[in-house]
Ligand binder design. Structure first.
Ligand SMILES: NC(=O)c1ccc[n+]([C@@H]2O[C@H](COP(=O)([O-])OP(=O)(O)OC[C@H]3O[C@@H](n4cnc5c(N)ncnc54)[C@H](O)[C@@H]3O)[C@@H](O)[C@H]2O)c1
Length: 395
């Protein structure tokens, strides 16, 4: 079928299998161009189909020659109806891994459930025995708790007071004022249950108990800090509380893994256009100003550049992993550079609908957003019939 982008709010309802494959191929090419990394050889990625998780899987496979198992929650295709992008990304990833002689299998289901944890552990036992790296890269608005059965929903709200600031609708380019009412305690608690560290810890406990973690195994989850302008709605808001919890959980997991010499880390990554970040008010305006500034300074990175640098220059060097004063890995160092943040801060003050296309990288934002769904790649002929029924080999 001919597949075109169909936008609704912050999401695109369609995805292009060939465009998603192109996206994956471009990421693989980038990683290969940077050379091999002497990293983990058996890797589980939870949240492996899009964004930072996909880039982590690609880096593990194509820079470290690792066998990878990917867990994610994507919608498969039906005749006349496209799958979600993560489905097509994974189908393409597995094809490329297979051509390169690399083991790659995937599990599609709710990672928060006991069933998917058990299924993953069984697959590791059967095929790999143990893993030496576990990447935890879930981004979800909802989690059904496996013990209580209660479904919790996360919210993106400030804490303590109403937050008012500028935001942009990146589809129309209109800059407007947004006001978000503060969260109540339930909002905060629910967001921590969904995006905090409890599920990460449950994964690591279950895997340790099952004996599928190698001695010295490492696990890594991703966090964000960001600048002052987004602080009220991000780091000091409900999602920030969840990230505080996630970061604190790393120390608990390290403690739990001490008997096998394992360690848990949180890496603070750069703000990037992903399905998760597009839904956060204020962030798209910040990202479009940030992209413009970082591109002008030659510092811009996407998910794959971030993950390649994380692996090559933080995780797998001959030195100890460098950490900040709160024990976190920082790969948002270029985003947070003073010279970058000073420019963004000044641009923020003057940003409005008329000047955003010039002072910000709205075009870059839109293009990255389209790319997430497999659209906007010049190598792909979008007038050509595409096979929406593209399947993942291992599923
Ligand atoms: N995007 C950013 O700007 C940014 C910056 C720093 C850190 N982070 C963090 O990186 C992590 C990944 O975010 P992203 O932006 O790459 O998100 P994303 O939306 O691109 O990816 C989310 C992944 O989680 C999977 N997933 C969601 N719910 C699931 C479930 N119930 N079961 C199994 N899989 C599920 C999806 O299938 C997908 O693979 C998050 O912790 C996020 O906070 C993001």
């Amino acid at each position: 079928m001919i597949i075109e982008p169909r936008m609704r709010g912050f999401i695109c309802l369609t995805a292009h299998p060939d465009g998603c494959a192109q996206n994956v191929k471009n990421q693989i090419e980038y990683v290969k161009s940077k050379g091999k990394i002497n990293g983990a050889k058996k890797v589980l990625v939870i949240g492996a189909s899009t964004g930072f998780g996909l880039a982590s899987r690609i880096t593990s496979a194509f820079a470290c020659d690792a066998a990878t198992i990917g867990v994610f929650f994507e919608k498969e295709p039906a005749p006349g109806k496209t799958a979600t992008p993560g489905w097509y990304n994974t189908a393409a990833f597995e094809d490329e891994a297979s051509k390169a002689g690399l083991y790659a299998k995937s599990i599609n289901g709710d990672a928060f459930s006991n069933e998917i944890k058990e299924q993953t552990i069984e697959l590791i036992k059967k095929d790999l025995g143990q893993v030496d790296l576990v990447i935890y890269s879930l981004a979800s608005p909802v989690r059904t708790h496996p013990v209580t059965g209660v479904t919790h929903r996360s919210v993106l709200k400030p804490i303590g007071q109403t937050f008012s600031n500028k935001t942009v609708d990146f589809h129309t380019g209109i800059v407007s004022q947004v006001s978000i009412e503060p969260a109540n305690q339930d909002d905060i608690d629910n967001t921590v249950v969904v995006m905090g560290g409890e599920d990460w810890k449950m994964w690591m406990e279950a895997m340790k108990k099952a004996g599928v973690l190698a001695d010295g195994a490492m696990t890594l989850a991703y966090s964000y800090i960001g600048p002052e302008v987004t602080e009220a709605v991000y780091r000091k808001g409900t999602i920030g509380r969840a990230k505080d919890h996630l970061e604190a959980t790393a120390f608990e997991i390290t403690n739990d893994l001490s008997t096998i010499g394992g360690k848990a880390f949180v890496s603070v990554n750069k703000a990037l256009v992903t399905q998760a970040s597009s839904a956060i008010p204020v962030i798209p305006l910040y990202i479009s100003l940030l992209y413009k500034t970082m591109k002008e300074k030659g510092l811009h990175e996407g998910c794959i550049e971030q993950m390649q640098r994380l692996f090559a220059e933080r995780l797998f060097t001959s030195n100890e992993i460098p950490l900040d004063d709160k024990g976190r890995i920082r790969i948002d160092d270029w985003e947070m550079r003073d010279d970058v943040q000073e420019v963004v801060k000044e641009l923020w003050k003057i940003a409005e609908t008329d000047n955003l296309p010039t002072i910000g990288d709205l075009a870059g934002y839109k293009n990255d957003f389209l790319n997430l769904f497999g659209f906007g790649f010049e190598e792909v002929d979008y007038q050509k019939d595409a096979n929406e029924m593209k399947m993942i080999s291992s599923i």
